[in-house]
Write a protein that binds this ligand. Structure first.
Ligand SMILES: [Zn+2]
Length: 51
């Protein structure tokens, strides 16, 4: 059973610097793409997935 859309799965990304959280898409290759932002409001671009 699959609820995936186009091979991506919604997840949450967290900024390691300030702890801000963003909705993101987890991709099959293991990377994540935050939705609507390219970087955190503090300037950090290395947002990390949380589980
Ligand atoms: Zn941040």
């Amino acid at each position: 059973m699959s609820t995936h859309e186009s091979g991506t799965e919604k997840t949450v990304a967290v900024c390691p610097e300030c702890g801000e959280m963003y909705v993101a898409h987890a991709q099959p290759n293991g990377t994540i793409r935050p939705l609507g932002v390219t970087e955190c409001s503090c300037g950090e671009t290395d947002l990390q997935p949380i589980r």
